[in-house]
Unconditional design. Sequence first.
Length: 411
Amino acid sequence: MIEKDSIISRFVSYVTIDTQSDENSSSTPSTQKQWNLARKLHQELIEFGLKDATMDDNGYIMATLPATANTVVPTIGFIAHYDTTPDFTGTDVKPQIIEKYEGGDIVLNEDLDIILSPDDFEDLLAYKSQTLITTDGTTLLGADDKAGITEIMEAAKYLINHPEIKHGPIRIGFTPDEEIGRGAHKFDVEKFGAEWAYTMDGSQIGELEFENFNAASVKVFVKGKSVHPGYAKGKMINSIHIAQDFISSLPRLETPEHTSGREGFFHLNGIHGDVEETVLEYILRDHNKEHFEARKEVLNNLALEINSQYGLELVTLEIKDQYFNMREKIEPVMHIVELAEKAMRAVYVKPIIKPIRGGTDGSQLSFMGLPCPNIFAGGHNFHGRFEYVPVESMIKATEVIIKITELAAKK
Ligand SMILES: [Zn+2]
């Protein structure tokens, strides 16, 4: 079936190219070095014989695997991102391959005493006797999302070599800058031309996601009035203290460290200020749209309350929606989730369906008119030195892609 060696060597060839994105850059891709992998992927698709493979000025890569079925089958897409997070270095990744993992500690780096242990990451124990790819402890791995790219490429190669598998037109899309929230921004949904798609960007084997947070960022500007502290009585307004009141008026338990599942939160992730002005930076998250809007109301009301207390407009808010729960766009086309579930079961993978406590490119794409659930790519411990991926999970993800294309043509 899927060749293990081919998966490993392809994956290694991608992760050893540094593609860290940068949120402080306004170009697309946000970093020049992402082009190094983008060009390689574009070239490989051309070498596969995919004649319409394109790479646009923003580094978005698209290609079509032509249909082999004689019947009319909807066009389905598979999407992955080639950048890695700005949170941890992706320079000089040295993947280590652990054959037949025995279930104990893995020494990532002897000199620096960095150990990947099931004591800290018990998920490891699910992969006994499998082949793991890890880092050397000094960088991230980049399985997020080069595992996804590898799987899409290997599935394409397999389908090209097996024209007896009947499928409709398959669109492939690779994007830059997902990790800084911009992967979908310049994605040309019309050009992509798929009826629906899947991002191959989930974590552990079996993950299938079509629900994510509604998300907004909020800046709270608190104005004060600076007066010489010796003569300040009845005159000074210290914006720091007002900001403190604002913070402590919000429910302390509705924060990331106290919530899970479908519970939303207010997250204060930045504060800077002096007597004259304090700025609080929040993010709001909630799967439920009404609760999400209610959270904004809570902040608005709090600002009003403080302002009326002082009789001055001291607190102003700047609320920006970031992304929305894709569920409302997926529910009308639930058959696309059911198809993925069926494909997983057909290759003996148990679907794990749960709401994402974050966003994906797929949620933005879903609102841009391309319904796009997320499927596992196989990796664990994203965005850090303990990132690893079982090769067997990548093989399964590849099989899931192939099976989806096959089942879609059978209906
Ligand atoms: Zn990702």
